[in-house]
Design a protein around this ligand. Structure first.
Ligand code: Z5A
Length: 221
């Protein structure tokens, strides 16, 4: 049976890395084989493109070019990492995916949604997420968390945008979630870590676990 595909979205410091890792642990404990991956990146080719985008050297080329670079990274990531894992029956948990492009490049970067949707069709094809978590936190909280975690490291291409950009980003993610309530579950990321993790797990159990037999159970005599 094909694996399930779960993505996490949200602004900077909203807790995506924390909760992708926590969910992977819980799935493994429940006997479900899964892999953890991220965008941009997640395959050797896509990690090279990640470095180019996040260093900011592609910014002068414009938002369309950045969008095409994200799509090139996604194409490699889907073909090399995501699709083979799903086909092998593994669950895939991904830190950011198509909704980040729709929001960062589409809603905020003003790139034509027709281009974004066309690139999505080519790169993602039938590998759409089964479930997406939007971790929602006010921009000032997310940025403060990201800054504390980063320490003395330089802010990347997107972290260095103004606070208004991050507030618009939050609103755009919420609009997207309202439009796709079947796929996207919004979680209040301000809650304590354990509470957020429990809410995520409850949604996964309700929406996905009931539909599969854990690997360990299936293998039992
Ligand atoms: N991007 C794009 O524009 N278009 C696209 O299509 C894609 C991406 C795919 C990737 O950055 C950048 O690429 C991203 C969008 C753009 N913009 N930026 N910057 P990234 O992968 O390097 O970074 P990120 O995705 O923004 O994630 P992040 O800043 O690393 O944050 P996070 O993963 O959401 O949060 P975290 O690391 O789990 O948590 C941050 C800190 O908060 C950490 O110290 C935690 O311990 C703490 N934390 C977590 N949860 C809690 C709670 N509940 N309470 C208190 N503290 C907490």
């Amino acid at each position: 049976m094909r694996g399930k595909f779960i993505t996490f979205e949200g602004g900077e410091g909203s807790g995506k890395s924390t909760h992708t890792a926590a969910l992977a642990e819980r799935l493994k404990a429940a006997g479900i084989d899964c892999i953890l991956t991220r965008e941009p990146g997640g395959s050797p080719g896509a990690e090279i493109i990640r470095h180019i985008i996040l260093s900011g050297i592609a910014k002068p080329l414009g938002t369309e070019t950045e969008t095409i670079l994200f799509a090139a990274a996604r194409d490699d990531h889907v073909r090399v990492t995501i699709e083979p894992a799903l086909d092998a029956g593994k669950w895939v948990i991904c830190d950011r995916f198509i909704d980040s492009t729709r929001v960062y490049q589409g809603a905020l970067g003003k790139v034509d949604m027709k281009l974004i949707r066309s690139l999505e069709r080519v790169t993602v094809g039938p590998n759409m997420p089964d479930l997406t978590f939007l971790l929602d936190v006010p921009a000032n909280i997310g940025l403060a968390r990201a800054k504390t975690r980063r320490g003395t490291e330089k802010a990347d291409r997107f972290e260095s945008e103004a606070i208004e950009f991050h507030e618009d980003l939050r609103r755009a993610f919420l609009v997207l979630a309202e439009r796709e309530t079947k796929r996207i579950v919004t979680i209040d990321g301000r809650a304590p870590r354990d509470v957020v993790a429990d809410r995520i797990w409850t949604a996964v159990e309700e929406r996905l676990i009931g539909t599969v037999t854990p690997v360990a159970e299936a293998a039992a005599p």
